[in-house]
Design a protein around this ligand. Structure first.
Ligand code: FAD
Length: 420
């Protein structure tokens, strides 16, 4: 086993998804020595292709907005629309009707290329990348704080990396949660998703080319329809397991049955052909009991994941990556890596997640319907749009009081602070 010296790095980042590359890039930019460790080969598949407008702010801080605009792996996304079970589709909700800020134009992205752009940016800022290297365990100091990681390189050799702070950006594999028993599922959001890719399916043109469509199914199930470059469409169905598996057993049967139920989706897919196997995942909403411990900070999905209905995952990964980088930089400057250092980080992250989480719960509530809500409370249209575009750092109390007249709006989750 090889061992790096204690002074080799200021920070170690586990995972090169958007959360990990954001923290790594910003710390390196601040002059820190950063190790970024990723177990999967470069270019591996990732889900999470639809960005929301407020992704613009972290991407701007990373200096990547222009690069994204000029890249060949995005489709500009200007709006979201909803298709009813009867096949009728709403007018698109254009982000530019809500704000004149450049964030109003966001992107649908091919994730492997997006992640590569983020990684290249980190490397350009001097991050040391450990490719195809899997973190297997935390190293601990005498007081029990995290002082680095033990990992295995592509040749299967073990080595240790040491640093005063480790950032867990391991995504839904959630390294710290699994090791420490910190995973707490969001019980009401135990859904299952099945998805695949089509080519040659119908797409809109011009300003509507990159519109995300959420198409409703019975019993609060829904499809996503996300246009990607090169005539590809990402298409997925999300619902309760019991609903999806009640009459069909194979994934293909379930998918085709549900396409048959949703007229708008059926018409869109008719001229196309499926070009990839089906993928499946379930029970994906959770929050970690803790956001940090001594020498350890959790970011992105490694801390918390929310049902993908409003495409918020990459935003939370980027936003928490920025906030964690600032908190870690302050800890490095102070030479204090105690869990309490990360209290404000955890509070700010959770405060941003809560409005989106409440909206997701309302979406799945049997008694809630956006159309009806807005007919009764037209003045709240702007708050609803604000929440959907990711403007989460504000007070939504009056809005959720009104939503609460239609739906069961949950209290904020009590857990997620640092392990003090
Ligand atoms: C069905 C579904 C649909 C979704 N759709 C959308 C969408 O449309 N829009 C959106 O914004 N989000 C969407 N998401 C969410 C989005 O995929 C995630 O929120 C986002 O990728 C989180 O980024 P991250 O950096 O936290 O984690 P990830 O992108 O998952 O990156 C984590 C990285 O850590 C690496 N890793 C894990 N363990 C280790 C280890 N032990 N050692 C080394 N490396 C390790 C992994 O290989 C991975 O590369 C969707 C999610 C699901 C499940």
């Amino acid at each position: 086993m090889t061992k790096n010296n204690a002074s080799d790095f200021d920070a170690i980042v586990i995972g090169a998804g958007p959360a990990g590359t954001t923290v790594a890039s910003l710390l390196a930019e601040a002059g820190r020595r950063v190790a970024l460790v990723e177990k999967e080969p470069i270019g591996s598949y990732k889900v999470g292709e639809s960005l929301i407008p407020f992704c613009w702010y972290p991407l701007q801080r990373l200096g990547l907005v222009e690069a994204l605009d000029e890249s060949g792996f995005v489709v500009p996304k200007n709006s979201v629309q909803f298709a009813g079970i009867d096949g009728k589709v709403s007018r698109p909700y254009y982000f530019f009707d809500h704000t004149e800020h450049p964030c109003a134009k966001t992107w649908q992205v091919v994730r492997k290329d997006f992640d590569q752009l983020m990684l290249d940016n980190a490397l350009a800022k001097g991050v040391q990348f450990f490719a195809e290297t899997e973190v297997k365990a935390f190293l601990k100091n005498a007081g029990g704080g995290v002082s680095g990681v033990r990992c295995t390189n592509p040749e299967g050799e073990e080595h240790e990396l040491q640093a005063p702070v480790t950032i867990d950006a391991s995504g839904r594999e959630a390294f710290s949660q699994t090791r420490n028993g910190w995973r707490v599922p969001d019980e009401k959001l135990r859904k299952l998703a099945i998805w695949t890719y089509y080519e040659g399916a119908l797409r809109d043109e011009g300003v509507d080319e990159g519109t995300t469509t959420i198409a409703y199914l019975p019993e609060k199930g829904w499809f996503w329809y996300i246009p990607l470059p090169n005539d590809r469409v990402s298409i997925g169905v999300v619902a309760e397991k019991e609903y999806l598996f009640k009459r069909s057993n194979t994934i293909q049967e379930i998918f085709e049955r549900e396409v048959g139920v949703q007229e708008w989706i059926q018409k869109r897919l008719e001229p196309g052909r499926r070009v990839e196997d089906f993928r499946i995942t379930s029970d994906f909403s959770y929050r970690s009991r803790h956001c940090a411990a001594e020498g350890l900070v959790l970011v992105g999905d490694a801390f918390s994941f929310l049902d993908p209905v409003f495409s918020s995952g990459v935003y939370f990964a980027l936003m928490s990556g920025v906030m964690a980088a600032d908190a870690v930089e302050a800890a490095l400057q102070a030479g204090d890596y105690s869990a309490s250092r990360f209290e404000d980080y955890g509070t700010a992250f959770r405060q941003q997640m809560e409005p989106m989480r409440r909206l997701v719960h309302a979406f799945y509530d049997e008694d809630f319907n956006f159309g009806e809500f807005l007919r009764r409370y037209p003045d709240f249209r702007s708050d609803l749009t604000d929440c959907l575009i990711g403007h989460l750092d504000r007070d939504y109390s009056p809005f959720f009081e009104a939503v609460g007249q239609f739906a069961d709006v949950p209290e904020p989750l009590p857990h997620g602070g640092p392990q003090l």
